[in-house]
Design a protein around this ligand. Structure first.
Ligand code: GDP
Length: 394
């Protein structure tokens, strides 16, 4: 696919930066336009890959913001995204609209700018363009506390409604003990980029080799057209350079029509095994896979490693696992890639425990926030006046 990508807020910008870096490192060209929007000037300055002219600072005239962020308040994020929409839209005039299949809006949902602003911008894009608008939403980890859960649970509802599909990534699932916060984010952002790029680069029109079972961008679009929330599964394995060369040679001699030799059996098992491994490993957000409405398997790597039989078997296996006939499978040839990678999109999953837990945490936080607000004034009065009320203020 070819997409325009917009990062909203700090996490949104950093993840877009990583998506661009991964695209560059793997010789792809799916991002036809990239924009970072933030209310904190310092965060925009830290980006490496988003072009400088495509970094937009919003909320500068807002007394609550003044270039220093939305203070983890999504109401502020939404307000400034609405008020400064013309500036954002002006920047979007640079999108080569004839050349893209859709938009991807990226944000962390536990803060203010992205949490409040991303659903607003998604809605604006939806109203203005005919192309579908997808979201990539990062859920906060449970130990970030009630406020982050409260922001994320509210944003999740509006972001899902404003997009054709919201791909979720759960920081709680990917948190690792011993990581510093920044190190942890660096690692998780790479994991996000690997999955999202492998999946969405399928069917990109970049002049790369077309294979027999090449995934088409319309297949990806169809799988994403369900509405709701999605999760991505991923697995990869190294390709030994010797086998790669040998297979490339065999393919050249047989014109790619080699059937069930011992090699073909190996490849069938390898592809099938990788798809099973992906789906049974950690997903971007853990979900019960038989609750998915549609799924899509993308196998990416050197074409000499592909096996039509393996792909067919993997698809049949996933149909059984997800209890759905809506499973598409295809490949994305990457001549010279040193890994064989599999990304599986599980679209519109409806049983996601982590989202239920986030909502419970948010409901608790809401009543705490309310209680604290109610008693706060009395407590301040208690503190600044003497118990017997003998002292007069000056
Ligand atoms: P905003 O700038 O106000 O939108 O807030 P941030 O983007 O800084 O933070 C929002 C949420 O995103 C936090 O609650 C974290 O859960 C998450 N977050 C922040 N930075 C990163 C990052 O680099 N990677 C990931 N995976 N999550 C992040």
């Amino acid at each position: 696919m070819n997409l325009a990508v917009i990062g909203f807020g700090n996490a949104g910008g950093k993840v877009v930066d990583k998506l661009l870096a991964f695209e560059e490192d793997t010789g792809r060209s799916l991002w036809r336009f990239a924009l970072a929007v933030n209310s904190a000037e310092i965060d925009l300055a830290k980006l490496d890959h988003v072009p400088r002219d495509n970094r937009i600072l919003i909320g500068q005239t807002d007394q609550r913001v003044k270039g220093r962020g939305a203070g983890a308040d999504p109401e502020v994020g939404a307000d400034i995204a609405r008020r400064d929409h013309q500036e954002i839209e002006r920047a979007m005039d640079g999108v080569p609209i004839h050349d893209i299949d859709g938009f991807l809006v990226v944000a962390g949902l536990g803060g203010g700018t992205g949490s409040g602003g991303a659903p607003v911008i998604a809605e604006t894009l939806h109203d203005r363009y005919a192309e579908p608008v997808y979201g990539l939403g990062i859920l906060p980890s449970a130990d970030e506390g009630g406020r982050a859960a409260f922001n994320a649970a509210r944003s999740l509802t509006s972001f899902t409604e404003a997009t054709e599909n919201l791909i979720c990534f759960d920081n709680d699932t990917w948190r690792q003990h011993g990581d510093s916060v920044e190190m942890g984010y660096e690692r998780t952002n790479e994991e996000i980029a690997r999955r999202v790029v492998t999946l969405l680069a399928a069917g990109e029109l970049d002049g790369s080799q077309i294979s027999e079972a090449a995934m088409d961008s319309s297949d990806v679009k169809r799988t994403l057209a369900t509405g709701g929330v999605s999760s991505i599964a991923f697995a990869s394995s190294e390709v030994e350079s010797r086998t790669r060369e040998q297979r490339g040679l065999i393919n050249r001699f047989t014109n790619g029509h080699e059937e069930s030799g011992p090699d073909e059996n190996d490849l069938t098992m390898k592809i099938h095994g990788l798809v099973r491994k992906a789906v049974t490993s950690r997903l971007t957000v853990p979900a019960e896979i038989d609750s998915a409405e549609r799924s899509l398997i993308v196998v990416s790597g050197p074409p000499s490693e592909f096996s039509q039989k393996g792909l067919r078997r993997a698809r049949e296996w996933l149909e059984r696992e997800t209890d759905s006939v809506e499973v598409l499978a295809g490949d994305d040839p990457r001549e010279g890639a040193d890994r064989l990678s599999v990304a599986v999109l599980l679209s519109n999953v409806t049983r996601v425990d982590r989202i239920d837990a986030l909502q419970d945490q948010a409901v608790d936080a809401k009543s705490n926030i309310q209680q604290q607000a109610d008693t706060r004034e009395d407590e301040i009065n208690d503190l600044i006046t003497d118990d017997a009320g003998e002292l007069d203020p000056i």
